[in-house]
Ligand binder design. Structure first.
Ligand code: MF3
Ligand code: CO
Length: 270
């Protein structure tokens, strides 16, 4: 299968899905505090999808039982929401997606619960910044793994973090997971050339220890092999017909974060 290239009209629909995801992730982030359960957050997402006439792309995906993934502490990704209350000092990754008129959005954040350690804060900051550096490294005419290299290069310069090997970003469009797979490590200048109309979900996943992970008996929950805590950030972005990027799942289209890194976003979706 070739990489799906999206027209401006199609990207307008992806922006609508992306805004649903971005708005509801903020609503969930604001609800996170000690005593709240990840099922409470899942409920916020269910209600928010309904209010916006959007559908879930997570629910029933290969049998997945919820509309968000909620991954606390040493759970790095794909945690299933539960009735266990969050505790002061936890960190929680929330991954969430939505479909509008058949077009998908996908984004993730890691948030602190109450007051968290400076080491956990740095883990989260490094992960988020590596994602923005990855997106900022993506240029028309450049290559896919320019993104991968930028993520790894930044992360390794910040300290000893484990970058997950078995999971990565992906193309996104009329399905949540499309070609190409986007590694979060490796040399630049490889893989397909980046083109107008490509839409990619960029999602670094890192731990404070090893990159190795295993899946629990529930067949979803991904835990670090050394039980070190992890962070996960994700945004979906696209190249617009003017050759500039736009972050579909970010409320400001990535204007502030990419601007800070010297990248101008497209104004075709604003
Ligand atoms: N949204 C995840 C990703 O970033 C995938 C979630 S899997 C699901 O690719 F089963 F939970 F939907
Ligand atoms: Co994704």
């Amino acid at each position: 299968m070739a990489i799906q290239l999206k027209s401006l009209d199609q990207l307008k629909k992806m922006r609508r899905a992306g805004l649903v995801v971005g708005e509801l992730l903020i609503e969930m982030r604001e609800a996170v505090k000690p005593g709240v359960t990840t099922n409470d957050l899942n409920r916020i997402a269910i209600d928010g999808l309904k209010a916006r006439k959007a559908k879930s792309n997570f629910l029933n995906y290969h049998g997945y039982p919820a509309v968000i993934c909620a991954s606390p502490n040493e759970v790095i990704v794909h945690g299933i929401p539960s009735d266990l209350p969050l505790v002061d000092g936890d960190i929680l990754s929330i991954d969430f997606g939505a479909i509008i008129e058949g077009w998908h959005g996908d984004s993730a954040i890691t948030v602190g619960v109450g007051s968290i350690s400076s080491e956990d804060q740095k883990l989260m900051d490094v992960c988020e910044e590596s994602m923005w550096r990855g997106i900022a490294a993506a240029k028309i005419g450049g290559h896919l793994t320019d993104i991968s290299f930028a993520i790894e290069d930044y992360t390794n310069a910040q300290g000893k973090y484990g970058i997950l090997r078995e999971y990565g970003g992906h193309g996104i469009g009329t399905e949540m997971h499309q070609e190409p797979h986007v590694l979060n490590f490796g040399p630049a200048g490889r893989g397909p050339e980046l083109e107008v109309g490509m839409a990619l979900a960029i999602e670094p996943m890192i731990t404070r220890g090893t990159h190795g992970t295993h899946v629990l008996d529930d067949e979803w929950t991904v835990v670090s092999d050394d039980n070190s805590r992890g962070a996960h950030f994700e945004q979906s972005f696209a190249f617009l017909p003017d050759g500039k990027p736009f972050v579909l799942t970010s409320l400001d289209g990535g204007k502030a974060e990419l601007g800070r890194l010297g990248v101008e976003i497209s104004d075709l979706l604003q």
